[in-house]
Design a binder for this molecule. Sequence first.
Ligand code: FE2
Length: 457
Amino acid sequence: MKKSTILVVEDESIVAHDIQNMLLSLNYDVVGVTTRAKEAVNIAKKKNPSLVLMDIMLQGTSGGVKAADVIYKKHNIPVVYLTSYTDETTLQLAKETAPFGYLLKPFEERELQTTIEIALYKFKMEQELKKREQWLFTMLESIADGVIATDDKGNTTFMNPKAESLTGWKQMDALNSPLEKIFLVRDEKSGKRFNRLLQPVLEAKETDVFSEAILISKNGNKTPIEFRIAPIKQEENRISGTILAFSNISRRKIAEEKLIESWEKQKRTMQGTMDAMAFTIEKRDPYTAGHQHRVTKLAVAIAERFGFTKDRIEGLKMAGELHDIGKIYIPAEILSKPGNITDVEFNIIKTHPKVGYDILKSIEFPWPIQEFVLQHHERMDGSGYPDGLKGNDIHLEARILAVADVIEAMVSHRPYRPALPIQQAIDEIKHNQGILYDKKVVDACLDILMNGNFTFD
Ligand SMILES: [Fe+2]
């Protein structure tokens, strides 16, 4: 281990000589011995010892205290005082320079060693603490987030520069003021002020508060922010204060708004295209005019009973409005043919879900619309078309569309038959509940048709 180096400042040469001998026998390195304060500062500066043993009174003056002050403050070297004086004034003077220890002359070798080692240890700890403080300070000064600390009463004890610029308060003016005065936030949507921000943190002692809000600065500037308050926990879960960290989210908000705007625009474009497609098919096939729209209305009512989200309902709506788009490929003569159709004609009609799928497959919908369209003639027992899918292999949306489609088709006028009474349609789905049609979808549909005031128009 490297030897600790010591500078001895002592104006009584015999004492100085004794101390030097003791230090050498204790295995310290003595870098200098001097009787003068000024010279002590110079040697300390030049040799940078681990510690200075300093006589408080040099040549009858308190020069030792002044020199010690310079050595510690300017050159960052710890000082231990040597004194044979115990008068209050000198001690008071010495205390003010915060020495790392005192030795009352005369002292034993063992006493000298203990005092030096304690002083060196204290100094080392102090240096580490200073380093950590500096590190923390630099970090708080440089981070992009605002940081405000409070005591356990919620009064401000610290603000970093970012917190100063966002709140418009200077730390020196904010110190000891209640946090609510410095950090004024309102709810983004309701505009209501957040009150008693710290209460939940100080009372719960466990949790922290996290929220988005609008920060109102001292001069009235409004900034959207995201903030978090955490408790500073001491031993035995005691809360000694809180730390509030907040960041400006203006840019993120603008980006989010733009994204929503662009999504809305894209949705409008998509909706326009879908409307045009629906219009085209309905123009070509007047008998099913409005069919897709009415099927959609009933399908949405069923989906609402199922508790579909708004977004999922939008997907179902779009699929409903387009479910027969594939009929565009079926000759108009077949679609509008009065009377019975032949097997060949029926086989042609049966291609429409697959054709619809092919028309839509290249469009990137946020929902699998193509599959809903493809499956709207599938049946629970596998007897449907085009793929003979069974049960849960069929999307719930397609199972809903299937029931709505059958009901609407039966109660509407067709080229080959007049409209059938609603009771007949109800009997059909009841009769085939759980066989052709999803049991729960039928239940929801029956509830709508029999207990609600649903109309197709
Ligand atoms: Fe269809």
